[in-house]
Design a protein around this ligand. Structure first.
Ligand SMILES: CC(=O)N[C@H](C=O)[C@@H](O)[C@H](O)[C@H](O)COP(=O)(O)O
Length: 232
């Protein structure tokens, strides 16, 4: 296990205990996909009580860190030709996010084919003085990475490894990871306050909500579906 910033870890565990993290990731190429809009979303989320922010891209992390006083979970998403792994696949991504001011760096924690192993990314995150979050899809990977010092285990990728993505979040995964004594961040399809509360009741440290707060196209689509399929 590499050296980890224990003081920062304690501070983050306390700040994020039973908290909401808002992910400010606009739909790619949407009219909302602008740095100034991401910053405004982040500031509005903090004004609404979010205790953390999840931000994609080093440039946006730097901008948001300059203006918001809450911890940022930084990620870099890449579409690789030879791997399905998208979230923070490279060591230089870790460096860029750390230098931009992310206190937590999230990376793909699945055991899929990838350019750099999860353990090397984890070590690099700690070498840069940051705290790690593994975006997982099952209990085994979460337990394994936590054993190697990864502080936060996210349910982020559950439902995204196969063909079909369910509409409900994976509350069972949150319960099972929490039962292992891990610090769990429930993430992925927490689209109502009730579902977010349920994750906390099942042991999650924090819940990350993205689409339901910051993706207008998705939220509008849910309402359109509902209105247009209403029986009259
Ligand atoms: C699977 C994947 O790539 N998830 C991404 C991770 O950063 C984001 O696209 C999600 O919006 C985020 O996890 C929050 O989830 P939701 O938007 O469902 O609240």
């Amino acid at each position: 296990m590499t050296f980890k910033n224990a003081q920062l870890e304690q501070r983050l565990l306390s700040t994020l205990h039973q908290s909401l993290i808002v992910s400010c990731q606009p739909v790619p190429d949407s009219p909302m996909d602008r740095d100034d809009i991401v910053l405004a979303m982040a500031q509005a989320a903090v004004a609404g009580g979010a205790k953390g922010l999840r931000i994609e891209g080093a440039k946006r992390v730097r901008l948001v860190a300059q203006h918001c006083q809450v911890p940022i979970v930084g990620i870099i998403k890449r579409d690789l030709t030879d791997s399905e792994v998208r979230i923070t696949p490279y060591l230089e991504d870790v460096k860029a996010l750390a230098e931009a001011g992310a206190l937590i760096i999230a990376f793909d924690g699945t055991d899929r084919v990838r350019p750099v192993s999860a353990l090397r990314l984890l070590a690099a995150i700690h070498q840069h003085g940051c705290i790690a979050m593994a975006d997982c899809a099952d209990v085994a990977s979460g337990v394994e990475l936590a054993k190697h010092g990864c502080t936060f285990i996210g349910s982020t990728l559950s439902g995204y490894l196969g063909e079909h993505t369910p509409s409900e979040p994976d509350l069972k995964l949150v319960r099972d990871l929490s039962a292992q004594g891990l610090y769990v961040i429930a993430e992925g399809r927490y689209n109502t306050p009730e579902l977010a509360a349920r994750a906390i009741e099942l042991g999650a440290t924090a819940v990350t909500v993205g689409s339901a707060v910051t993706r207008i196209e998705h939220i509008t689509g849910w309402f359109v579906q509902s209105v247009e399929h209403a029986s009259v």
